[in-house]
Ligand binder design. Structure first.
Ligand code: URP
Ligand code: ZN
Ligand code: ZN
Length: 459
């Protein structure tokens, strides 16, 4: 099967030019002007932007968490991602404390194998680092292609590890060429504040926010950077939200340390005033919580200063009936929100249309940087001869409105209901196959491939 995309404006992290793209099978075969090649199918992309498929390196699909499961499974979640121009996701396996990493990998394979529509990979969350777990790290990196290890400095009693385990894990991961991801907030302090608020009868979603003040994230981010510096292990902070935490990263650069930073679209565009809506605020109960407007400005500035490299989603949806598990107690509201389908459109509108970032930076933030950091480049993350034909044809003029009735995530509300957008994902290719055709889905369950990843490339 061959396909020719004609006359699109091709944008990569570095380039911006009009060209034709010829695709043979799953990969890009030729790029040039007025290509005189016969293809089985032709798409006219005149007036459209042509981006590499988005990569969202932070999603939680079908994940057991807080007494329930995130509501998008591997089929619905990867389909929604494709609708939003994201052709690859990286999901999190969670080790159960007391069990092996292999057992967790088997469990996650059981839910994901044969179900994805778009391509995917896994990070491994190590929640119990001990002598046995230590022996499993090398095999995961070298045999399974799982090269990134997630750690939680919070969720005390469930997922959190202590600093002793963190340093031990860092030494082992560094030895075998992997990368440590971290949820960097101070779990002990948060645990104390949750208990205090509950004891005082302060039980609404607002107290979820007030139990995780900025200092909890700033302190943990600095501690993480220090441990990464000491061990020499590459570190990546997931879902960084605030000025204090970004300052910890900035401080680390003064000793020439590079700590990679991901923020998420909701922290750039939403703020904590949403928690004042009584229980409706539960829609945005996530960890860390939304912050203040000054933090949004800091994050956009951090993007332009090169301190923030990736914009992900932390897509972890729960239906309203699941959120109601915490109607009388904020600490029982499942943490997380939907967003994988919204991300590319939102950052285009909020970033490019609002003149905060260039088109090249848009591509870098939504695709290229994650491909490099997570060992997928240049197979993924760019438009080049030999790369996978994961391509988004984007209409920069199309105006549309977000709303749950137009979305495909398995959740009954939208975090951005009624938001007016300029620019829309129109057609999406996954390894050469058209999977979204002018807003219609044409892929099928099982088409998505698991990708073994290589070494992290520093950017
Ligand atoms: O609230 C969130 N973020 N839920 C998913 C788990 C995590 O901490 O990333
Ligand atoms: Zn987290
Ligand atoms: Zn997460």
């Amino acid at each position: 099967m061959s396909l020719l995309i004609k006359n699109g404006r091709v944008i990569t992290a570095a380039d911006d030019y009009i060209a034709d793209i010829f695709i043979e099978g799953e990969t890009i075969n030729e790029i040039g002007n007025n290509l005189l090649l016969k293809a089985d199918k032709e798409i006219d992309a005149s007036g459209k932007l042509v981006f590499p498929g988005g990569i969202d390196p932070h999603v939680h699909l079908d994940m057991p968490f807080m007494g329930t499961f995130s509501s998008d499974n591997y089929e619905t979640g990867t389909r929604a991602a494709l609708f939003g121009g994201t052709t690859m996701v990286i999901d999190f396996i969670l080790q159960k404390q007391g069990n092996s990493l292999q057992a967790a990998l088997d469990e996650w394979r059981g839910r994901s194998n044969g179900n994805c529509i778009g391509d995917y990979s896994f990070h491994m969350a190590v929640t119990d680092f001990n002598d046995n777990t230590k022996k499993e790290i090398q095999g995961l990196i070298e045999k399974e292609g799982i090269v990134s290890f997630k750690t939680f400095m919070a969720y005390k009693g469930a997922l959190m590890i202590d600093d002793r385990q963190m340093v031990g894990l860092m030494e082992e991961v560094k030895k075998h060429g992997g990368l440590i991801n971290v949820h960097a907030t101070n779990g002990d302090m948060i645990d104390y504040l949750i208990a205090k608020h509950r004891a005082e009868g302060k039980l609404s979603p607002l107290y979820h926010y007030l139990s995780q003040p900025e200092v909890t994230e700033a302190e943990a981010s600095e501690r993480f950077a220090d441990m990464a510096h000491y061990t020499g292990c590459p570190g990546y902070i997931v879902h960084l939200t605030c000025e204090g935490a970004l300052n910890a990263v900035r401080n680390a650069t003064r000793r020439n340390q590079k700590v990679f930073v991901e923020t998420c679209i909701q922290y750039l565009l939403l703020d904590a005033s949403l928690y004042e809506k009584n229980f409706e605020g539960a829609k945005w109960v996530m960890s860390p919580p939304l912050r203040q407007q000054k933090d949004q400005e800091t994050l956009w500035a951090g993007i332009n200063q090169g301190l923030v490299q990736v914009v992900a989603t932390d897509h972890c949806p729960f239906k309203w009936e699941q959120k109601l598990m915490g109607k009388d107690d904020f600490s029982k509201i499942p943490n997380g929100a939907p967003g994988v389908e919204n991300r590319m459109n939102l950052i285009y509108n909020g970033g490019v249309v609002e003149n905060r970032i260039s088109l090249n930076r848009f591509v870098e933030l939504t695709s290229t940087a994650a491909a490099k950091m997570f060992g997928l480049f240049p197979k993924k993350g760019t438009i080049a001869v030999g790369s996978d034909a994961d391509i988004v044809i984007f209409d920069p003029e199309k105006e549309h409105t977000f709303g749950v009735e137009n979305e495909h995530m398995n959740v009954d509300y939208s975090s951005y209901e009624g938001w007016k957008m300029k620019g829309k994902v129109e057609t999406v290719l996954s390894r050469g196959r058209v999977v979204i055709d002018k807003g219609e889905h044409t892929g099928k369950q099982g088409d998505g491939q698991f990708l073994k990843r290589g070494e992290c490339v520093k950017i």
